[in-house]
Write a protein that binds this ligand. Structure first.
Ligand SMILES: [Fe+2]
Length: 362
């Protein structure tokens, strides 16, 4: 059975494209009652960049500053956002939901769009095709590049029992706005870790058993873009951000018809147990995966060196055995990733002890 995937319906790409958002949203505002919900990363609330003043909100709209600073998006957070919107507007649905931020904020926007139209807690819908009704029209505006959240059909949330996405055709954005100028002012470490998510998507997509001509076409080009971003001299920061934004998009498309692998499986364990953000968790995990990803790990280390990024080391020293075993539980449950990375017989090749040993090296 071949995957019958849905794509983002509309996409605006280019330096300054964010300026077009108001015009795009004007098509959603058909009556005076119509309102838009903007979910914006809380880091922009204090006005450090000009993003706050450029959010094209009108009087009737709701602007929510989403705090994703020290944790990944949770089911509880999405439920609260949904409930507060419906309470403020007496159950009248918005004409659109716009997420402005990194992967976490875009995932919150996707999940909020769905949860406005589906009853109960978002934790009921963590999984594939569990969502019952289509959500509200929604738009993603990345302000950092690499996660591929702008193009993926999942909204990854951490719930009380698992970290898993709300994954269905309705999750995917109706509109995205890719403006590399929005990436300016991101601290170097964060810019690096998030961009590495894209590099790792490409490596995992290209090296696994589900790899195919479609995923290769996008993955190979996105990998070249990542190599240019992180290894090529003489580029301006804006040129790097533009390449990374396209790499993020294409790396995400590559995954649509392939899968992530061992690094993401380990990274989910790290994030679940210790709350590490996705980008840095991937980097911590990728650094111990020479046996799986060989020369790509060498290249990754060269990139780290070139950008003077200090990757956290010797973390396992303070971890308890119970914490390590919990991470192994989370990791080993991600069967689709192991299937892709190692093959259908992965259970004969990979043991719990081998996975625990990888965690102990971090
Ligand atoms: Fe990722």
């Amino acid at each position: 059975m071949f995957k019958n995937f849905k794509s983002v319906e509309r996409c605006v790409i280019g330096k300054g494209a964010f300026g077009q958002l108001d015009e795009i949203l004007s098509k959603r505002r058909n009556t005076s009652e119509d309102y838009i919900v903007f979910i914006v990363d809380k880091v922009f609330e204090n006005g450090l960049t000009n993003i706050k003043s450029r959010v094209p909100s009108k009087n009737n709209d709701i602007v929510i500053w989403a705090d994703v600073n020290d944790h990944e998006p949770t089911t509880e957070q999405v439920d609260e956002i949904r409930d507060s919107i419906l309470a403020q507007k007496k159950n009248q649905l918005p004409a659109g939901v716009v997420g402005i931020g990194g992967g976490s904020v875009m995932d919150i926007a996707k999940a909020t769009s769905l949860m406005l139209c589906n009853e109960g807690s978002s934790q009921l819908y963590q999984g594939l095709n569990l969502v019952k009704k289509p959500g509200v029209w929604h738009c993603g505006v990345p302000t950092i590049a690499g996660t591929g959240a702008e193009v993926s059909m999942t909204a990854v949330l951490t719930g009380p029992t698992k970290k898993l996405g709300l994954k269905c055709d309705w999750t995917i954005f109706d509109q995205i706005v890719l403006d590399p100028e929005l990436v300016a002012d991101v601290p170097t470490d964060q810019w690096f870790y998030t961009g590495m998510d894209s590099y790792i998507h490409c490596v995992e997509s290209l090296t696994g058993t589900l790899n195919n001509e479609f995923s290769r076409a996008f993955g190979e080009k996105a990998l070249i873009l990542c190599q240019e971003v992180y290894m090529k001299d003489g580029l301006t920061q804006l040129e790097r951000d533009e390449k990374l934004m396209i790499a993020s998009y294409m790396g995400g498309l590559s995954l649509t018809y392939s899968e992530v692998g061992v690094c993401h499986a380990l990274s989910y364990g790290l994030s679940y147990v210790f709350g590490y953000r996705h980008g840095i968790a991937n980097c911590i995990a990728f650094d111990v995966l020479e046996d799986y990803y060989g020369s790509y790990v060498d290249e990754f280390r060269a990139m780290i060196k070139k950008h003077n990024v200090t990757l956290p080391k010797n973390l396992a020293k303070t971890w308890t055995e119970a914490e390590i075993q919990k991470m192994v539980d989370i990791t080993i449950a991600l069967e689709h990733m192991w299937n892709h990375a190692v093959g259908k017989d992965w259970k004969q090749k990979v043991t719990r002890e081998q996975i625990a040993a990888l965690f102990r090296r971090m």
